[in-house]
Design a protein around this ligand. Sequence first.
Ligand code: SF4
Length: 379
Amino acid sequence: MENVGIYVHVPFCQQKCRYCDFPSWAGLSEADARRYFEAVCLEIRAFAAEQGRLSARTVYFGGGTPSYVAADHIGQVMDCIQECFELPEGAVEATIEANPGTLTGEKCRAYRSMGLNRVSLGLQTTSDEGLKALGRIHTYADFESSLELLGSAGFENISADLMFGLPGQTLEDVRRDLARLTALEPVKHISCYSLKIEEGTAFDTLYRQGKLALPDEALERQMQHAVIDGLAEKGFEQYEISNFARKGWESRHNSLYWVMKPYVGFGLGAASYYKEERRTNVMAMGDYCTLAEQGKAPVLEAHTLDVQEKKGDFMFLGLRRMCGVNDADYRRQFGSSFFEDFEEIGNLVAAGLLTREGPVIRLTTKGQDLANQVFVAFV
Ligand code: SF4
């Protein structure tokens, strides 16, 4: 039986953060939520009717803020997933993204009883002033309370999201965030990203008006190195450009993306990679629900990868992982060597952006700093 990862998009938030361009909205009603989750179940059932009963070892509720909606909605989708997919008992990593300030003891217990066993908490920074500037709804104390609620409900696998390169942030601020977060035993995994100014966000407007004091490139790089070194010192191994884990607590779901394993996404804006096809669902709530209700696939675009595209994706997704890519795996999959298919590799090694050990190439520290420059060689 084929194995896939399952992603479910939950596009509801209590308030829109000022930097966020994800497909998510604040102010939607309970009636909107009911209609949306019904539509998600219709989409899942239609997929299963067409593809048969597949096996899934990871389930991921992402957002948006999945913990903002009533737990019953998440339970309804979990029931539907269990009905349509084979979930091997005791072998499934089932994650829900949650934001501090939206969890209650009751919700946490409900998540456990429906089979969720991993929580990814959106912290972003431990500075209350910084959280306010980002437009987050919570304080650092709310984050600590969330950890307690999750611990009491029996969650052991907890990840936290952190950001750096924030307006007015100093290197010392980043170091303080790292020190506080790594001192918390329940936090087993940290995803850490630099702030990007996305078009159409409130931060984009401020930035264009010259009202956003962002760290310059050199300081941002120092922050990135502080993150990598600071987390390594505290036992968080970097296993992907933006992801760090205590030993044995790596995210299995996210790893699927980097090694081109199949995953199916449900809900508006959700992405899939299945049977060599990349698909993205429509983004608008009304369109998504109507299409699902009419029994039509709510797909915005679909594209089957040709061999060249698959080779490129293998390289640039695989190079995101610190273990790099192995020519033996590439040969098994494509019947040729990546050293021959991508002559640029030699130049990237000579420029100190990649390092080579036998059949394996991986990013150097300099390569991580200039990752986009490396990846462009493979697309
Ligand atoms: S909570 Fe997450 S998804 Fe929602 S607006 Fe903020 S960053 Fe975006």
